[in-house]
Design a protein around this ligand. Structure first.
Ligand code: PLP
Length: 347
């Protein structure tokens, strides 16, 4: 029944059905942004007066980390803990002991981390959590349902920033929560309605149109990323390339097992050479200048065009390689991207 657009809207429902088809989920609920989807997914597990114990992977989107500190901890007084990687990979023996000892009721992780592109052993994590009665929420924005469908392996909820690959054109902001459990859906519908996190029908219409080309686009973007990662690895101007499809990446095997080789995502992070931090910064800035206008510095990802971000400017000293650049591959002709990247490297 359609009573009022903030509760339920037929255009939004049509877009949700399109997402259910790609995600293979029983239900999908759209929100105005990825962050709104995250707020819904987490808030439905909050109950007044109940002591909760939520465990988050530390390698998650910066906006989610800010939400945790400024909303969950500061305003809602929640206690949360973080699981941190060791040497740019996850130590699952350690994770198992953390889960066994601290008995979290929610575990939250991202399938592919940002910007180091560490691929989590999703099935193993879900098994560990489920054995101890812990709910699992996966932010699958970077992997998309084309690489992995966490609900098929027992996750309780999957979140996407639909601003990224699902819509894929950098022209709208949206988020979605997918699940199979009807009770969770009812809680999420109620929360979305009362806080007003509903997506607008205009955005839903565009999202639905654009999602019809999602698989085609994302496949091409993954192929382009793989190709560009290989080009970069052969360059004398590049110190290291982080791409889960390369066997040099610490989580290459985890990626292969999780996705069955369907792809490794469309993000590539690389580090330019230089004898000092200053020369690295200069090389990075020259690269960014030289690849314009085809590749622009845009603080997003998953657009149709290839875009980039300098890692130091966003994450600061967390990753101490000042020459590091994160590329989000678009679906342009491979030869075009290659020539622009080579122009940047030679600059
Ligand atoms: N999750 C991930 C992995 C993201 O990268 C982002 C944004 O970059 C979000 C969630 C938040 O999405 P939105 O910007 O649509 O609110």
């Amino acid at each position: 029944m359609y009573i009022y657009s903030r509760y339920r809207n037929p255009t939004v429902v049509a877009a949700e059905e399109a997402i259910m088809a790609v995600e293979g989920s029983e239900w999908a609920l759209l929100a105005q942004s990825g962050m709104a989807a995250i707020d819904i997914a987490l808030s439905i597990f909050q109950e007044a007066g109940r002591q909760s114990n939520w465990l988050f992977f530390s390698e998650i989107y910066g906006g989610t980390l800010s939400y945790i500190s400024s909303v969950l901890q500061k305003r809602r007084g929640m206690e949360v803990s973080f699981f941190r990687p060791t040497d740019r990979n996850y130590d699952y023996t350690h994770l198992e002991s953390v889960i066994t000892e601290s008995r979290p009721d929610i575990l939250y992780f991202e399938t592919i981390s940002n910007p180091l592109l560490m691929v989590a052993e999703g099935r193993r994590i879900i098994d560990m959590a489920k054995k101890r009665g812990c709910r699992v929420i996966v932010d699958n924005t970077f992997a998309t349902p084309l690489l992995w469908k966490p609900l098929d392996d027992g996750a309780d909820l999957v979140i996407h920033s639909a601003t990224k690959y699902l819509s894929g054109h950098g022209n709208l902001t949206a988020g979605v929560i997918c699940g199979n459990d009807n009770k969770l859906m009812q809680s999420a519908v109620e929360y979305r309605k009362f806080v007003g996190h509903m997506l607008s029908p205009d955005d839903a219409y565009r999202l639905q149109t654009q999602i019809s080309s999602f698989e085609l686009r994302f496949r091409q973007q993954c192929d382009n990323a793989s190709y560009v990662a290989a080009v970069l690895s052969k360059s004398e101007h590049v110190a290291q390339v982080l791409y889960p499809g390369l066997d040099t990446h610490a989580t290459h095997i985890a990626a292969l097992e999780l996705t069955g080789g369907r792809g490794y995502g469309a993000m590539v992070t690389f580090d330019l050479t230089g004898s000092t931090p200053e020369t690295k910064r200069r090389r990075r800035d020259k690269f960014i200048e030289a690849v314009r206008p085809e590749i622009k510095l845009i603080p997003s990802l998953g657009d149709n065009h290839t875009i980039l971000m300098p890692v130091e400017a966003v994450w600061g000293a967390k990753y101490p390689e000042p020459g590091m650049i994160r590329l989000s591959l678009g679906y342009e002709e491979r030869a075009v991207i290659e020539s622009v990247i080579r122009r940047g490297l030679e600059s």
